[in-house]
Write a protein that binds this ligand. Sequence first.
Ligand code: 5RP
Length: 228
Amino acid sequence: MTDAERQKQAVGQAAAELVRNGMVVGLGTGSTAKWFVEAVAARKLDLSCVPTSVETAHLATRLGLRLIEMDAVERIDITVDGADEIGPDLALIKGGGGALLREKLVWAVSDRCVVIADGSKHVARLGAFPLPIEVVPFGHRTTAARIRDVLHASGIDGPLRLRMDGSVPRVTDNGNLIYDAQCGAIDDPGTLAARLKATTGVVEHGIFFGMATEGLLGTDGEVRRLTR
Ligand code: 5RP
């Protein structure tokens, strides 16, 4: 196992210890969240779980966790999920795995949102990782042109690329498409988040600003707790 994988395992297991019997739990998506899902399933608690992707739903079902519909609950006690970058104040880039929309919907109704990651994800400034932006398929190239204008207005002029699966566009669990914006540096994630959210055709973007309540970061030898 690589050091990074060991760190993912450690933070996934540490996060599983935060879960209590009877809780409604949001299950994140990705290779780090997978460790959490496995660790929480191994605890054999009585839980109701809301997965953030079809992939996580399959994993959780295989592990014997009870899944419930998102609309069956008003609040989720705790959600644990990975991130592509963790910046200052726990501002995040998410969506590398393409699940950003369901992730944000689940996070938005969660009392505790715990981001877990290996140490490489902790950055001084967001933006080296391409920012995923989910758009509706209809007229997506015209939406992309509007996104470019929004990025320019924020001083970002890196490439904006339609995410592909080989020769065809990647389709999300929600039937949408994803553009990845190479931002380089995002100086003001809150403003960029608001501008993207206001763009016609954009369903959601991967900036999670003011959403994570805490973080667990892998380091060599220990799990470091991050707060806002
Ligand atoms: C999926 C996500 C993931 O949490 C993010 O991409 C991190 O994934 P990994 O833990 O595999 O590095 O946001 O949409």
